[in-house]
Structure formats: structure tokens, C-alpha cells
Design a protein around this ligand. Structure first.
Ligand code: SF4
Length: 242
């Protein structure tokens, strides 16, 4: 599908999809774009079990992409194994930087200290760009409540840069909705959630929340940086088009 056609189709569906439940959104996305044509991208972080569980009930073999930055906490990697096994997900794909780029860009594994933007670009953004080749769309767990940079996320967007449909089924869910879903379905929490980590990314760039902090305040502490770059340019570009 050409980018122009994607924009038209998103415009046609956007209002109706904003009121769908996340489960209906996932089902509609698969029905619209085709099985195996839309990938769920998951960080296996503190909220990830919600979408993964929903997907396991709709299509357990759906592609699920995990960006393996090589800097994940051991707890995250164990959580991934546990959830994949428990939910019966069979479409998991681990994507990581290729060895040649790693050697050229980050020979001492310290790029995250020298230039975290470049590190995220190489270990997340470019890896996702490659992993999503061949898909029509991707699903993310972004929610409006997470930060001021995410407070205009829509359920249905166009990822202009990648020429993909982007679906955010939980865009309008609250923190309480997430908690209730995890409890109602008896889903395991990320092991670090009980240690004050509200958002879990790579270990060099993630700290627990301090008193009074919320959301993603523990990520890239002490730096201007708030996002890894996977999402941040899209809303602006999207508004320009729609
Ligand atoms: S979060 Fe930190 S370690 Fe992970 S890719 Fe970004 S800069 Fe590198």
C-alpha cells in the first residue's frame, strides 16, 4: 500500500477506532492488514504483559519483535522467557544491531555514555527499521498518560518515516486500567516493578523512581533525553499530513 493510501485509510478509520476496546483494535488491525503483516513491538517492560496477553488470545503466532539492545536487565530477559512460555507466544523475534555496525560504532560498549542519542539510534531505531521491513504496520504499547511527549498519541497513526500503519491500542488507557487488567488476568509483573522501576529500559539508562516522581522520570536521569527515538517524530509528521 502506498503512503498516500495509508493516510486516506487511516483518516477513514480513525474516529471509529478511537472508541474500540484494545482487544477489538488488535483484532481489527490483524483483519485489516492481514495476519503476519502487523508486528507487535514489545519491550517486555512493566506494562507489556497487557498487550502480549491480548495478542495471545487473538493470535498467539503473531510476530512479536523484541529489540535486544544487549543492555537489558537480566530480569527483563527472564521475564521475556517467562511470559512467552506462559502465554504461548510463538512468533517472537529478537532483533539486534549487526556485529559489523556494533564494532564500528560502539567498540568499547560505552557509546551510551558518550552519545546516548546515537546509541539509541543504532541499537533501537535502526534495528527496528530493519525488523519492520516487509510489514504493513506495527503495534506499540504507547499510552497518553506516560509523559507529556505522549499525550497526543492516537490509536491509529501513520508512521510516515517507515511508511507503515501504527496502532497504539492502549493510547487512551489509564494507569488504573493497566493495573486492573494485570490483576484481572493474574499476569506476572516485571520483577523490577516492585523495586520502584515504573518504566524499564536498558540498565545503564534506567533508575528507579524517587519520591514524587512518576512515569518515565527514571529513564536517562540527569539528561535532557526523554525518548529513545522510536516514536518521537511521528505525531508531528502525522499532524502535518492529517
Ligand atoms: S537506552 Fe541507553 S543503552 Fe539502551 S540503546 Fe539507548 S542509550 Fe543505549
Amino acid at each position: 500500500m502506498r503512503l498516500e493510501d495509508k493516510v486516506i485509510q487511516v483518516k477513514q478509520r480513525r474516529t471509529a477506532w478511537a472508541t474500540l476496546s484494545p482487544q477489538r483494535t488488535l483484532g481489527s488491525a490483524i483483519e485489516w492488514l492481514g495476519a503476519k503483516q502487523v508486528a507487535l513491538v514489545s519491550s517486555f517492560g512493566t506494562d507489556s504483559a497487557v498487550l502480549l496477553h491480548m495478542m495471545s488470545e487473538i493470535n498467539p503466532s503473531n510476530p512479536v519483535i523484541f529489540l535486544d539492545t544487549e543492555f537489558h536487565f537480566d530480569e527483563t530477559l527472564r521475564y521475556l522467557e517467562d511470559l512467552v512460555d506462559r502465554l504461548g507466544l510463538t512468533g517472537i523475534q529478537r532483533a539486534r544491531i549487526d556485529p559489523v555496525s556494533r564494532k564500528r560504532l560502539d567498540p568499547d560498549q560505552q557509546l551510551h555514555r558518550r552519545d546516548p542519542d546515537r546509541c539509541c539510534q543504532a541499537r533501537k531505531v535502526e534495528v527496528l527499521d530493519r525488523a519492520l521491513k516487509g510489514f504493513q504496520g506495527w503495534i506499540s504499547g504507547q499510552k497518553r498518560f506516560q509523559s507529556s511527549l505522549r499525550n497526543d498519541v492516537e490509536v491509529l497513526e501513520v508512521d510516515v518515516e517507515r511508511n507503515l500503519i501504527k496502532i497504539n491500542p492502549l493510547a487512551y488507557w489509564s494507569e488504573q486500567d493497566i493495573e486492573e487488567y494485570l490483576a484481572d488476568h493474574d499476569l506476572p509483573r516485571h520483577p523490577l516493578a516492585s523495586q520502584g522501576f515504573a518504566s524499564v529500559g536498558c540498565w545503564p539508562c534506567t533508575t528507579p523512581l524517587q519520591v514524587g516522581e512518576s512515569g518515565r522520570a527514571g529513564r536517562w536521569r540527569g539528561q535532557d533525553k526523554q525518548e529513545c527515538g522510536l516514536h518521537e517524530t511521528q505525531p508531528l509528521r502525522l499532524r502535518n499530513i492529517l
